[in-house]
Design a binder for this molecule. Structure first.
Ligand code: SAH
Ligand code: SF4
Ligand code: F3S
Length: 468
């Protein structure tokens, strides 16, 4: 995109907002789409921009810098970005017309990586396109944007540079936090864009993770969710110079005083190693909720998806996990309407769901993605058939989720209170199984782990009273 540098006539209100003068406060608005990895990245972008005088705002119309941190996983997710950009462009024009200065617009995340230059063609108001491994370059880019528009950076994957450059000191706004430990994916499931948008599997060194975790705990965090596109494939370099497994990392994290809860997401069944399963029997801090997507229950479809395991292996794995941790709440992801999926294949998926009994699940109609092998496979499933299967699958999954939540009524569960509820003096926390738990008159217990007797449930959450 060098052809647009220097010579482009910036639209009214564009890049002059980019570089704030020393000591001046600028307003930063970030909208996050997609997975938790993007949530983490958005927080880190805010961290990296704070020293430049940028403070977060939740009002995009008054922002000096707007970042859309985007997701490319399904067509609808990617298209949303363009309609949002249209709105942001209008806000920029209105802001300039009010005489309130300019607004820099950046697209970050997986759409930025996948569609790069295309974005600026479709929406010329965009000043910057930043790939997921280049956020640490934002400050430098902003100074440059004052002169040059239309840059695309970060097309190469170099996650090590990103993490080395990001500040260890993080803002922690609550008692729970995300911590990215692994990026990228080498699995190449035939439907999925992630290997192309996030690059190859790469794990952060153990020491950097432990330092970041300690910094979070020092700021009051009590629960950390370790993130990675394939988090259980973690093999970061340990203090002994050798690769550590996710299990070994979990044991080290569990030693940190004040870190009471450890979660991780998302896992691939083939990377669910014996030591990780064994850790569930050993570590109280490792929460009994596991997101282990299977996508389909049909061996034939699993093969076409290149998932590299069959249905029985998945079911056996869950049996072993439940042996180590009998109360394990299972979560999963499903795709219906994958090319060639027959009613029989779909029945196999329903059968796996019945056998596993999920506490929570995410299910999607297959969306063909550019550049993926599945998008050129023949035998596309009629969208109406896919929608019908999705509704039937979701009916079963919702029934299981409601059943799981109902089964908690009468039990007393440790709840970590993390935010205020809608009602006066109400506090909302999480059970070990990740359900939201609403408790009246508990707002003085924020940040604490308290036994709560569950009195009622909805499809997605629980209500309770503080136990005696
Ligand atoms: N790394 C994780 C999940 C990544 S994407 C894993 O392997 O499980 C999150 C979910 O989006 C996937 O589990 C899958 O269910 C869904 N998904 C990915 N690509 C999709 C596509 N092309 N169409 C529909 N759903 C998709
Ligand atoms: Fe995508 Fe498969 Fe990798 Fe998950 S394991 S991110 S579904 S390619
Ligand atoms: Fe979406 Fe990228 Fe995450 S495509 S799901 S934001 S890794």
């Amino acid at each position: 995109m060098t052809d647009t540098l220097e010579t482009s006539a910036a639209p009214e209100g564009a890049a002059e907002a980019a570089a704030p003068a020393q000591g001046e406060t600028r307003r930063l608005f970030i909208k996050t789409y997609g997975c938790q990895m993007n949530v983490y990245d958005s927080e880190r972008m805010a961290d990296v921009l704070r020293p430049l005088g940028y403070a977060m705002t939740d009002a995009p119309e008054a922002a000096d810098f707007v970042i859309l941190n985007t997701c490319h996983i399904r067509e609808r997710a990617a298209e949303k970005v363009y309609s949002e950009l249209g709105k942001i462009k209008q806000m920029r024009e209105a802001k300039a017309a009010r005489g309130e200065g300019g607004m820099t617009i950046a697209v970050a995340g997986c759409v930025a990586q996948a569609e790069g230059e295309e974005i600026m063609k479709r929406q010329p108001a965009v000043d910057l396109v930043v790939g997921p491994q280049a956020y640490h370059q934002l400050p430098e880019l902003l100074t440059r944007t004052a002169r040059a528009r239309g840059e695309r950076i970060g097309a190469d994957f170099a996650p090590n540079e990103k993490f080395d450059a990001l500040p260890v000191a993080r803002e922690a706004n609550g008692v729970t936090a995300f911590l990215t430990v692994q990026e990228g994916c080498d699995k190449f499931c035939t439907f999925c864009v992630v290997p192309y948008t996030r690059g190859a599997e790469w794990s952060r060194p153990v020491q950097a993770i432990l330092d970041e975790a300690r910094a979070l705990v020092d700021r009051g965090v009590r629960e950390i969710t370790l993130l990675g596109q394939n988090v259980n494939a973690f093999d970061g370099e340990g203090s002994d110079g050798r690769p550590w497994s996710l299990a070994r990392l979990a044991y080290a994290l569990a030693e940190i005083q004040g870190l009471d809860r450890i979660r991780y997401t998302t896992s691939h069944p083939n990377d669910m190693s014996d030591d990780l399963i064994a850790a569930y029997a050993d570590l109280d801090a490792l929460m009994p909720y596991l997101h282990l997507p299977v996508q389909s229950g049909s061996d034939r479809i699993l093969r076409l998806m290149n998932r590299k395991h069959g249905r029985q292996k998945y079911l056996d794995l869950i049996a072993r996990i439940r042996e180590a941790r009998p109360d394990m709440a299972m979560a999963g992801d499903f795709i219906v309407g994958f090319p060639g999926e027959t009613e029989r294949d779909f029945e196999d998926t329903l059968d796996v769901v019945r056998q596993v009994n999920y506490a929570q699940a995410f299910s999607f109609a297959y969306s063909p993605r550019p550049g993926t092998p599945a998008s050129t496979m023949a035998a596309h499933v009629d969208p109406a058939v896919a929608q019908d299967r999705l509704h039937r699958l979701q009916a079963l999954l919702f029934e299981q989720q409601a059943g799981f939540n109902r089964a908690q009524v009468g039990r007393t569960l440790p709840v970590l209170f993390e935010r205020k509820g809608r009602r006066d003096r109400q506090a909302v926390g999480r059970s070990p199984y990740l359900q939201g738990v609403h408790v009246d008159g508990a707002d003085h217990l924020m940040g604490q782990i308290v036994p709560v007797t569950i009195t009622d449930n909805t499809l997605t959450s629980l209500t309770g009273v503080v136990a005696d």
